[in-house]
Design a protein around this ligand. Structure first.
Ligand code: HEC
Length: 330
C-alpha cells in the first residue's frame, strides 16, 4: 500500500517534470510556459500595395524577389522592431515617393508600438495560445462602446503568409483605406450583393476589391487563412471564428473556445483551438507543424484599420518556430 503511494507520488512528479504545464484542473499551467514578448506596431495605411510599391523602395524589391521577409529587415536580433511606428501613429510621416501620409487621420496620443506576451502549448486535442498585454481596458470596463479585441490570422502552407503574415490580406481599397470604393460602387457590384464594405482578402484570391482572380479557387486549400477573435465588452468575452480568402467572413458558431479577462491593468486572452481540422474553414494542426500567426489588437475605441499588428510569428508545434508550443498533458 505504502509502496504504491510512494510510487504514485514518484510518477506524478515524473509526469510534471516531463510535462511542464500539467495541472490537476485540466487547464494549462501558464506560469510554467515561457512568455515571449512580442512587438506589435501601428501600421496606418501601410497596405500590401504600399509594401510592393516604389514607396517601400528596397523592401518592395526584395518582396518581389520573394527572398527576404519582413522580419529580416524590420526585427533586430533582440526582437525589437526597427520601424518608425511612432511617426506613423502621430501622422507625421509621409511615404517616400508619393508623399502620401502613412496615417491621414491620426488618433490623439497613440503610441507606435505595444508589447504582448505570447505563450503556446498543446496536448493531444488542442492548441492553446495565450496573449497578455497592458491596457486601460476601455472595452472591458464599458458597455456599448467599441469593444477591445485580439484577432489572429493562422495559416500553415502558404509561403507568402509565412513571410509577410497578415499584410498579404491588407489592401489600399479596403473600407477605411485611402482607395476604398464608395458605398454606391460597392452596392453596384454584383459580387458584393448584400454587403456594404470591402473587407480583407488575400492577394492571390483577388487582384482588386472588384476582381476575383480566375485561378483563385485552386488556391483555396493552401491559401485559406483562418481568423479567430476574442472580444471584450462590458466585462464579457465573445469568441468569433471566421476566415479570409477572397473576402473575410464569419462562421455561424466559433470552432474554438476563447476565454480571457482584464485585471490589474492587463488583458489576458486564451484561444483553445481543436487540432483536428473541423469543417472547411479551420486548419488541422499536427505535432511537428510550423504554423504562422498574424496578430492584431484593437484598443481603446479603435476599429477597422486603426489597430496594432504583428509581423508574422512562426509557432512550432513541439519544435522549431519563433515560439515553440510546449507539449502538456491534460
Ligand atoms: C529588404 C528589406 C525589407 C523588407 C523585406 C521589408 N521592408 Fe519594410 N522597409 C524597408 C526599408 C529600407 C524601409 C524604409 C524605406 C525608405 O525610407 O527608404 C521600409 C519601410 C517600411 C515601413 C514604413 C515605416 C518605416 O520605418 O520607414 C513599413 C510600415 C514597413 N517597411 C513594413 C514592412 C512589412 C510589414 C514588411 C513585410 C511584409 C516589410 N516592410 C518588408 C525594408 C524592408
Amino acid at each position: 500500500m505504502r509502496l504504491c503511494k510512494a510510487l504514485n507520488v514518484l510518477l506524478i512528479s515524473l509526469v510534471s517534470f516531463i510535462a511542464p504545464g500539467w495541472s490537476d484542473a485540466g487547464q494549462v499551467d501558464w506560469p510554467r510556459i515561457k512568455s515571449v514578448e512580442t512587438a506589435l506596431f501601428y501600421p496606418g495605411v501601410s497596405s500590401w500595395d504600399f509594401l510592393t510599391s516604389d514607396d517601400h523602395r528596397l523592401g518592395a524589391r526584395e518582396i518581389k524577389k520573394g527572398k527576404k521577409d519582413c522580419r529580416h529587415c524590420h526585427l533586430d536580433k533582440s526582437g525589437s522592431l526597427d520601424l518608425k511606428a511612432d511617426d506613423i501613429a502621430s501622422g507625421s510621416m509621409k511615404m517616400k515617393r508619393s508623399h502620401k501620409p502613412f496615417e491621414p487621420e491620426p488618433l490623439a496620443g497613440r503610441k507606435g508600438v505595444m508589447l504582448a506576451g505570447v505563450q503556446a502549448a498543446y496536448d493531444a486535442e488542442n492548441l492553446y495560445l495565450r496573449f497578455n498585454w497592458l491596457s486601460k481596458g476601455s472595452g472591458w470596463n464599458n458597455k456599448g462602446r467599441t469593444p477591445d479585441r485580439i484577432s489572429i490570422q493562422v495559416n500553415k502552407t502558404e509561403p507568402s503568409f509565412s513571410k509577410y503574415g497578415c499584410f498579404i490580406t491588407c489592401h489600399k481599397d479596403l473600407s477605411t483605406m485611402p482607395d476604398a470604393p464608395s458605398k454606391r460602387e460597392i452596392e453596384g457590384n454584383p459580387a458584393y450583393s448584400g454587403r456594404d464594405e470591402v473587407s480583407l482578402y488575400a492577394f492571390y484570391a483577388r487582384s482588386s476589391w472588384a476582381d476575383k482572380r480566375a485561378d483563385a479557387d485552386a488556391k483555396f486549400r493552401d491559401g485559406l487563412i483562418d481568423l479567430k477573435a476574442i472580444e471584450f465588452e462590458g466585462g464579457r468575452v465573445k469568441s468569433e471564428d471566421g476566415w479570409v480568402f477572397d473576402t473575410r467572413a464569419w462562421e455561424d458558431k466559433p470552432g474554438f473556445e476563447g476565454t480571457g479577462s482584464w485585471a490589474g491593468g492587463r488583458y489576458t486572452a486564451v484561444f483553445r483551438i481543436k487540432r483536428a481540422a473541423s469543417g472547411k474553414y479551420n486548419i488541422g494542426i499536427n505535432e511537428g507543424d510550423i504554423i504562422t500567426l498574424g496578430v492584431a489588437i484593437h484598443e481603446d475605441g479603435a476599429s477597422k484599420r486603426k489597430h496594432y499588428v504583428s509581423l508574422p510569428i512562426a509557432i512550432g508545434i513541439g519544435q522549431g518556430g519563433d515560439i515553440k508550443a510546449v507539449k502538456v498533458q491534460n
